[in-house]
Write a protein that binds this ligand. Sequence first.
Ligand code: ATP
Ligand code: MG
Length: 427
Amino acid sequence: MSTLKAVRGTRDLLPPETELWNKVEATARRVFARYNFGEIRTPLFEDTSLFARGVGEETDIVSKEMYTWEDRARAQSEKPQSLTLRPENTAGVVRAYIEHKLGETGMLQKLYYIGPQFRRERPQKGRYRQFWQIGAEVIGPASAGSESPLRDAEVLEMLAAFLHELGIRDAKLSINSVGSASDRPRYVAALREALQDKAPQMCVDCQRRAETNPLRVLDCKVPEDQPIIDALPKIADYLDEESKAHFAAVCAALDACGVAYEVNPRLVRGLDYYTRTTFEFSHGGLGAQNALLGGGRYDGLSEAIGGPKAPGIGFAMGEDRLILTLQAQASEAASTLADAYVAPLGEGMNAAALRLAHELRGAGLKIELGDGSFRLKKSFEMGNKLARKIILFGEDELASGMLTVKDFASGEQVKVARGEIAHFLGA
Ligand code: ATP
Ligand code: MG
């Protein structure tokens, strides 16, 4: 008998890795609680039509990635129901919002979820068939302020705070506005027209998208298509005054609270009920699957699945990708960079520098030691390759007991007393 294994695209999470998963989830709960979000748990499977309507028939998810089956009918008269393992959680949350009449409270609902999602995709690093998402939605009647650009900015500021608190460095935020259901058709028409000439020179997927859903051409990753796409009309030129003002207000609020971002005119979501702000946090360390999370506004979603008008904004983070990023950062820190590079300034300093290195290593720090024959420039070059900080150790330093420490990442240079240095380096 062949041995049974976890199904392709699924995997077991074992200790000690599960500790990291728990840490990520605990951090999310802690940070989201500060913004007064509450947890929602929706079923792992739903009626298939929820996703057909709430995610969209034309999306990759619905057209080719769902695990769908017909449930056995209980009575002969009953029609078998088509069910689907949830490929994402926003549709389920909005269904619950409608079903439990949460809009009737007149208040904004701020809900977060943590749980597995299922998509039949080609498995690769950072892409699985069962994966985990941590996501949140802010949804409610317009009278509760659900359309306000401040909600968008608040969600983005919360995400920046979460990534910071989790210790993920160098995540990049891209944002865009895709306009409203009223101004987008003009853009789609312009895109369609521009693509009439261009599509035949593009990949087969783009040729199809140019017909079915031109906005999705902007998502194409094929290198040869990129110059063509860059020359296509930009959505920013088609936004109406209201959408422009909304986007400007989101950007201004982000500026005011110091959240860094880049406007990426190609960041779109292809469906009519996605409106205005779209965003993505990406991380260079992830390789091809570089999106840590994605989200945006969906002012028309509730109506698309039969509910009342309930504008909203939300996001979903790939928990698997957060974990991969944290692991990559940890192994980078463990395997390469030392805490500090001790640079003796002159050969006469070698013995004293060795003594300092000895003390710091004794305090548990990872230390690289240079050589007094190196010129200052060479010490900096070597130190920058080997360590996070450089400690300059010369006659003056020896005499005064104050050492000069420079941080390579921030460029910051400070004087630290010799007795304080181990503590300063994090021992
Ligand atoms: P991608 O372009 O990577 O396929 P997507 O647009 O399909 O992403 P969303 O539906 O917006 O992704 O989901 C939000 C996040 O969930 C993604 O940014 C990613 O981090 C994560 N994610 C999506 N699909 C997978 C998967 N198959 N395996 C692991 N994580 C995933
Ligand atoms: Mg995808």
